[in-house]
Design a binder for this molecule. Sequence first.
Ligand code: HEC
Ligand SMILES: [Cu+2]
Length: 330
Amino acid sequence: MQPGLQLFPDSASTFASSVDWLFAYLMAVSIFFGLLICLGLIYIAFRYHRRAPDEVGADVHSSTLLEVGWMVVPFLLCLVMFFWGAEIYIAERQPPSQAMEVYVVGKQWMWKLQHTEGRKEINELHVPVNRPVKLVMASEDVIHDFYVPAFRLKEDVVPGRYTTLWFQATKTGQYHLFCSQYCGTNHALMGGWVYVMEPAAYEAWLGGESANGPVSLAAGGEQLFNSLACHTCHQPDNKGRGPSLTGVYGSTVKLEGGQTVLADDQYIRESILQPSAKIVEGYQPLMPTFQGLVTEDQLLQLMAYVKSLGAPATGPSVPATAAKAKPAAK
Ligand code: HEC
Ligand SMILES: [Cu+2]
């Protein structure tokens, strides 16, 4: 990272160049029309200024073609901005399913990050190069914003819900990380570094925290699941007072009243903090709320544990049947 003045930050993610091209297009259109209007204004002011006090302006006759032209051309240029921008926006919000997940908690005034394998860090994020990484982010207090200029990515981190962000770093190195939402006295200090590493170096780093190895997020979640007595109601064989959580994550849950909901991060979070908001079909609303009893970190651990209990039993049926159909056909 060369210090000193730099027009553009490094570009180190798969999004960087597409964002830069869009930016260049916006700049080109703005500069072109800015100059056209300014220079035109100056030229016309000199060329057609009133020369004598009794001079009267010429009649102006409108030209339909000209009028249609200056409506349609800017309209088309704006549509390009819209669709091009929307394309990048949507791509930035659709993490690939094989992305590795890292959990992020923002609090005044630091970033706490946890890898699913258990390693925790503060104001530093280590990731492997050329691999999609999805961040699941929550805030413990006020709104923060996770911003990595070199990746051209930025997303609010909001209390009470999860937001996500994904990237694929393309270059090893060290890149600045900022909080870009004013969040109080030490907001300006709330930042750090993203370290993009070669995969082997990353693996070494992951395993290197302590002699007995870090406790994975899911294992931490399992301990919590027992110490908070979740396991008394949620038993794997469905014999408890609550539903078994095996295979719940990612499945479609039938609710009391006939509605259904996808069991994603947001739903699991809500089930723990506001259990009465959505009642699973066939069960009583007797689960106590854990609002205020678990921290954001612990919530993420519980979620990792629920996730680790497996994908839905029915699973994605297409690949499974396709795999079975092949040998049968032979
Ligand atoms: C007193 C028994 C009880 C305890 C303790 C309890 N739950 Fe529940 N839980 C339930 C019941 C009953 C339901 C189904 C009704 C509902 O949706 O609220 C449920 C629903 C859920 C769901 C949604 C499940 C689904 O199939 O959609 C999740 C996730 C969950 N609980 C997680 C937890 C976690 C994590 C803990 C511990 C921090 C916990 N529960 C503690 C009784 C309990
Ligand atoms: Cu902040």
